[in-house]
Design a protein around this ligand. Structure first.
Ligand SMILES: [Ca+2]
Ligand SMILES: [Ca+2]
Ligand SMILES: [Ca+2]
Length: 220
């Protein structure tokens, strides 16, 4: 074997070993990452709304800060959040039927509280959602939202403005497979409210974001 051939053979071997052991390089070969955040790269698909039992017909969609609290001044506050237009054929979208390597929802919290759970919504909500429109808020009853929670839940934060991440891979995979994306609801388990910045906050970097790593389906 000539030296050129030997080099070619070693390169081929190296390439093969990388392919066989994708974990060596982190994510699997072919993984792409897309981040959805209101106002980033022209994306405007986030809808996040607090709904509050004490103001059951007031539309709070424009609020830059939202509260998840079982007892917000005497009655419950919940937060609805959905990222629209995340699937499609544009460069900044996830093609349908992609394999979701990982998906993470991150919010910036500025006040800690009791443990908050994130539940996948099963019914639609619009820009004008209120406590009454959701018929006494959202229940985690497998009808309005899933009883099971997304993998990571939290209450405590470490600083005045802390990134908190929810692991949502399974949910985004279900959406990629064709289940309708109705977003999520944040529900607090107690009366110490947990507050974070919404997509209407003036600083883009502290708005909620959805980070998805995926592999496109193989085209026939
Ligand atoms: Ca909003
Ligand atoms: Ca609090
Ligand atoms: Ca309800």
């Amino acid at each position: 074997m000539g030296s050129h051939l030997r080099i070619a053979a070693s390169i081929a071997l190296l390439a093969t070993s990388i392919w066989i052991n994708p974990s060596v390089a982190g994510d699997p070969v072919g993984t792409r990452t897309v981040t959805f955040c209101q106002g980033k790269d022209g994306y405007q698909g986030v809808l996040d709304i607090e709904i509050w039992a004490l103001a059951p017909t007031t539309i709070l969609n424009a609020n830059p800060q939202v509260t998840v609290d079982e007892n917000n001044g005497g009655a419950e506050s919940q937060v609805l959040m959905r990222f629209d237009d995340i699937f499609g054929t544009n460069p900044n979208q996830i093609p349908k039927d992609s394999t979701i390597v990982s998906a993470r929802l991150e919010v910036t919290a500025f006040d800690q509280g009791d443990t908050v759970h994130l539940h996948r919504m099963l019914v639609p909500f619009g820009k004008a959602a209120t406590w009454n429109k959701m018929v006494s808020g959202v229940s985690a009853d497998d009808l309005e939202s899933l009883r099971v929670t997304e993998t990571f839940t939290f209450g405590k934060i470490s600083a005045a403005a802390s990134f908190v991440a929810f692991e949502v891979t399974e949910t985004v995979q279900a959406w990629a497979n064709g289940t309708e994306n109705h977003g999520w609801v944040f529900l607090n388990t107690g009366g110490n409210g947990w507050d974070f910045y919404s997509s209407d906050f003036d600083k883009v970097a502290q708005r909620p974001r959805l980070i998805v790593k995926f592999i496109e389906p193989i085209k026939p």
